[in-house]
Design a protein around this ligand. Structure first.
Ligand code: SF4
Length: 84
């Protein structure tokens, strides 16, 4: 309690949507740059001319989760993972 009789507590409001958004992560030690993920979720993945995977986005909104899940399942080396 402070000297005015109020609380010293600070409340921080965090947007729950952001806190609960899924993320897709790449294990680069497993990725072989075949680009199957790019064909299934091109908004998230791109393979450059050198066969390097470029991850375009990490946060996955609910309405794009299905395509990213397909990419995760389609990756032959199991390099992709969705975390919440
Ligand atoms: S499908 Fe898998 S191995 Fe192929 S580029 Fe994407 S993450 Fe890498």
């Amino acid at each position: 309690m402070n000297k005015w009789g109020g609380s010293d507590g600070i409340s921080i409001v965090t947007p729950t949507e952001e806190a609960e958004m899924s993320k897709v992560v790449v294990d680069r030690s497993k990725c072989t740059g075949l680009g199957i993920c790019e064909s299934l979720a091109s908004a998230f993945f791109e393979v450059d001319d050198n066969g390097e995977l470029i991850q375009l986005r990490e946060d996955v909104p609910d309405d794009e989760l299905a395509s990213v899940e397909q990419a995760v399942q389609g990756c032959p080396t199991e390099a992709l993972r969705i975390v919440r």
